[in-house]
Design a binder for this molecule. Sequence first.
Ligand code: DON
Length: 307
Amino acid sequence: MNFQTVLDDIAEALAPEAGREGEVARYIPALARVDARRFGIALRTREGEEAAAGDGRTPFSIQSISKLFTLTLAMRHLPEAALWERIGREPSGNPFNSLVQLESEHGKPRNPFINAGAIAVADRIVSLYGGDAKGSLAGFMSHLAGEPVDFDREVAASEASTGFRNVALANFMKSFGKLDHDVGAVLDLYFHQCALSMSCLQLARAAGYLCRDGVHPFDVGENVVTERQARRINALMLTCGTYDAAGDFAFRIGLPCKSGVGGGIVAVVPDRLTLAVWSPALDATGNSLLGMKALEMFAARTGLSVF
Ligand code: DON
């Protein structure tokens, strides 16, 4: 299959629609300024073949896609019990920043991909690296992407100055005894992970271990996670990676996906390839409208799906 042609065709078909429908995330000022007409797509196969189209090489704010990588980092270094005693593995059926479920479920987040769950994962990462947590995360991302990856400091500051709900979620979990560390230190990591700046191609590379049974995307003779862990991360992406739209994503696309309010989505075709799309205008669930359409076109055109 000529993947470059597939991506070129998708970009050509969708770029004229970019920014016509949906809304760029407005609740974070630094994200509100992004041009809604950007559209990028890129992939990397298990064997290392790459393709990119449109703005596929332009960095953007990966936002909640980072939740996939912080979970991976935590799974790499923590015993299973230490991670999953604090975090569930069920779809939430609620918006990504909802407080409601957290109260009735005594401060235990439904899954690692909603904000509360990612904050609980960030707490675990602070346990691992202390004051060096941010640097360790940036180092891990660079190691996966095969080139330097950094935070957009302006976005991180914007997250911190408007992150009232995340402050509420973290304090709420702390009140239930479900965070070990200082709320400020945990949120500093969380706000920075959301502000990681990467292109579709870098994301497709960095997530490569998910289509290679956990093996590092660049054959550096290392497993990022075990085969079993990679399978489990894919399962969580399929069931929980796109919030209260996870059912619709499975129905329309049929691939494990993780989205972010920057308009990016990473998708995995296990054993074949990883794919990333970027279009900043979002639907009401906080997922990229055109990104979802692009993935649907890709699955239809290539016949690639886990089902
Ligand atoms: O926590 C927030 O509000 C954001 N910085 C990240 C949320 C996000 O990307 C949710 N995803 N769709």
